[in-house]
Design a protein around this ligand. Structure first.
Ligand code: PEP
Length: 252
């Protein structure tokens, strides 16, 4: 059975004290909500992982890193390895976010290394894919996303692929306030699920959690999450306010 997941991506925001306070607020609100039907993930800066992991009390709230090193250890100044991330108590790692692909030149080759390291360390990758506006306007978004998947996570064994969460994030919708319509998001997620069924099998496709990300907010979450192939969201801006993030979780 696939899980419903609402994951926040705090990006390069919050000081340590602010981040811990936000995590406590979210954890308390999720605990008060009671229902444990949704897995909640907080994607924090590296510096916050251990403190946020210790601050969380609700059992269905987990911590994610937003990136990891492409090497297991060694002379890579400034990098943070998967074993370091796992040692903080984090359970997830967001990989392939479009901001990392664009600003830090993360290629499919680099992402393949990161995904493999994360899986070997027992971290769950939230693997991001999605097209830029020009590709959407040219009507070639399906081919583009298919290639992104074929170059990366479709190379995994079926057993490893089963551990992955996918987040479809059209770049034109990230941080722009321009959400994909629920139909556009549903169509792409159904397409991705069909690709998984063809590449692996229908059971693996049915069990894979596929999230939508891009200007998801309390105002549009219910309609997005109501779509049959949308299993939750990867939330940027709206994850920085505990009440907004909870409203999105409550859309389920
Ligand atoms: C993101 O960066 O993953 C994201 C979805 O951002 P926002 O919700 O702000 O569009």
């Amino acid at each position: 059975m696939r899980k419903k997941i609402v994951a926040g991506n705090w990006k390069c925001n919050t000081t340590l004290a602010e981040g811990v306070a936000l995590a406590k607020q979210v954890s308390n609100l999720v605990a008060e909500r009671g229902a444990k039907d949704v897995v909640v993930v907080l994607g924090t800066p590296f510096t916050h992982l251990a403190s946020v992991a210790s601050a969380i009390e609700a059992e269905n709230v987990f911590v994610a890193a937003q990136n990891c090193a492409a090497e297991p250890k060694g002379a890579f100044t400034g990098e943070v390895s998967v074993s370091m991330i796992q040692s903080t108590g984090a359970a997830y790692v967001i990989l392939g976010h479009s901001e990392r692909r664009e600003y830090y030149h993360e290629t499919s080759e680099i992402l393949n290394k990161k995904v493999a390291l994360a899986l070997a360390q027992g971290l769950i990758p939230i693997y991001c894919c999605g097209e830029a506006l020009a590709i959407r306007e040219a009507g070639t978004e399906n081919a583009f996303v298919k290639t992104q998947l074929e170059e990366t996570i479709f190379n995994l064994s079926a057993d490893d692929f089963k551990k992955i969460v996918i987040a479809y994030e059209p770049i034109w919708a990230i941080g722009t306030g321009r959400t994909a319509s629920s139909q556009q998001a549903q169509d792409m997620l159904a397409f991705i699920r069909q690709l998984i069924a063809t590449k692996f099998d229908q059971t693996i496709a049915n069990d894979c959690s596929i999230l939508y990300g891009g200007s998801c907010s309390p105002a549009n979450a219910k309609e997005l999450f109501g779509q049959p192939d949308i299993d939750g969201g990867l939330i940027g801006g709206a994850s920085l306010k505990a009440e907004d993030f909870l409203s999105i979780i409550n859309a389920y």
